[in-house]
Design a protein around this ligand. Structure first.
Ligand SMILES: [Zn+2]
Length: 280
């Protein structure tokens, strides 16, 4: 499978020359299977340039289909949804999967995002592409040759988080964002879900020594702990803090690579950046 990063920033999009190398768009990752199956995880603002690129594919003729996995409905995972032309092109099909929450189904929440209060689109019904919503469960499902496993995890009373594992043959990608690890047990459950994945993409906006208000963020140390416990081959730090400049991301990766090296760990560590393409 091919993994392409279209948005790797957390919280809010960050234009500016200090952010050009890692990129300023919020969460969007595209996975293409060997048979051309397209699975996209999250529709932050990175969904807009992805959509623009897909206009040069069957999506531009109203013949495209994608499975869109939404981890949760915070803005940095959803705000790009109503903007690209592909979503308005009649004939395109979007199978949108994610966790329902105590505040309503995924479809209800997406519809609310488009309400006249927030958007000139007004409702999902005004988007020309067909949308089919599915609430995720623990049951795996297939998209062509890709097997998708979801883990709907309650974040708090209002928000559920979906974490995803996509497998093709012996290769696997695990995607974990925004889990508020309130106990070591939860981290061990995440590690079990990610067990021996080829690539773990894990949000890591802040380090533990950064004194910021906690809104359910993961820490860099959490991502490393889960990756090491799970014996994954590679870890990509994801969902960089909006204040984290390119040079600071470089320094952060260098710091933790040195730490891993001093512990003789074999884990390959890097930071996700917009435009990065990985073949698994
Ligand atoms: Zn979030």
């Amino acid at each position: 499978m091919k993994v392409e990063f279209w948005g790797v920033r957390g919280a809010i999009a960050t234009p500016g020359k200090e952010y050009l190398r890692y990129g300023g768009n919020t969460c969007c990752t595209a996975i293409t299977g060997a048979q051309g199956e397209l699975v996209v995880i999250d529709a932050g603002t990175g969904f807009c340039p992805l959509g623009d690129a897909l206009m040069h594919s069957p999506f531009g003729r109203g013949q495209g289909e994608m499975v869109l996995l939404i981890s949760h409905t915070h803005w940095d995972h959803l705000l790009g949804l109503p903007f690209p032309g592909i979503i308005h092109q009649p004939g395109n099909r979007f199978i949108i999967c994610g966790p329902d929450s105590a505040r309503g189904s995924l479809e209800t929440i997406c519809n609310g995002l488009l309400s006249p209060t927030y958007s000139p689109v007004y409702s999902l019904a005004n988007m020309g592409g067909e949308q089919i919503f599915h609430a995720i469960t623990n049951d795996p499902f297939c998209v062509g040759g890709l097997t998708i496993r979801a883990w709907p995890l309650r974040y708090d009373d209002a928000t559920s988080i979906g974490v995803y594992r996509i497998e093709e043959g012996t290769q696997s990608l695990v995607y974990i964002t925004d889990i508020n690890y309130t106990s070591p047990k939860l981290m061990d459950e995440a590690a079990a879900f990610a067990h021996q994945a080829t690539l773990l993409v894990h949000s890591a906006p802040y380090m533990r020594n950064e004194l910021i208000q906690r809104y359910g963020f993961c820490h860099v140390e959490d991502a490393l702990y889960v990756a090491v416990q799970a014996h994954v081959s590679s870890l990509l730090l994801f969902q960089h803090a909006p204040t984290r400049t390119d040079d600071q991301v470089d320094a952060l990766v260098a710091h933790y690579r040195a730490l891993l090296s001093s512990q003789q760990a074999t884990l390959h560590l890097d930071a996700a950046r917009e435009g990065l393409v990985i073949e698994l």
